[in-house]
Design a protein around this ligand. Structure first.
Ligand SMILES: Cc1cc2nc3c(=O)[nH]c(=O)nc-3n(C[C@H](O)[C@H](O)[C@H](O)COP(=O)(O)O)c2cc1C
Length: 139
């Protein structure tokens, strides 16, 4: 069943930009084979990753990612079925964000800011709001 998954984690100091580039290389290498698409948001201290694909595939990938030493304390915010993909052509889009002065593509409301802050704090909220917000970084 087509599903999506969002988690937040702490980027560790050893995870330099060079390491991020390696992660994105792995995404390009692997995600296509598993028909996984999504986006990775990262700041100096945090990751938020949005992954979509067959439920078994995204869970398998998440299990692998969780053990990666470049981040810590992954917290699953949601993993639910979806009708269609939000990022069908992205093996893994990425964007560096400054969590203090978040740079969205479109205007965001105070409500968006609250949704983002609760995601960063690892508090699952509404799925729909979380996806809508992630989209605003890219579209
Ligand atoms: C925040 C984060 C996100 C990651 N996302 C992915 C991903 O979407 N796909 C992937 O294959 N590896 C991802 N990785 C890397 C995996 O943990 C692992 O290093 C990689 O899949 C190994 O690839 P290989 O088996 O081709 O050597 C991520 C790692 C981190 C820290």
């Amino acid at each position: 069943m087509l599903s999506h998954l969002i988690y937040v984690s702490n980027r560790l100091p050893q995870c330099t930009q060079q390491e991020i580039d390696k992660i994105l290389d792995a995404c390009q290498r692997n995600n296509k084979n598993y028909d996984i698409t999504g986006v990775l948001l990262y700041s100096d201290t945090k990751f938020i990753q949005y992954i979509e694909g067959e439920y078994s595939q995204i869970i398998q990938l998440y299990d692998k990612i969780k053990t990666d030493k470049r981040h810590s304390n992954p917290v699953l915010l949601t993993s639910t079925p979806i009708q269609k993909r939000s990022f069908p052509s992205w093996q893994m889009g990425s964007k560096k964000v400054d969590v203090a002065s978040v740079d969205f593509k479109t205007k965001v409301s105070d409500e968006d800011r609250r949704v983002f802050d609760s995601m960063l704090a690892g508090q699952p909220g509404s799925d729909t709001k979380a996806i809508a917000l992630i989209n605003k970084f890219f579209k």
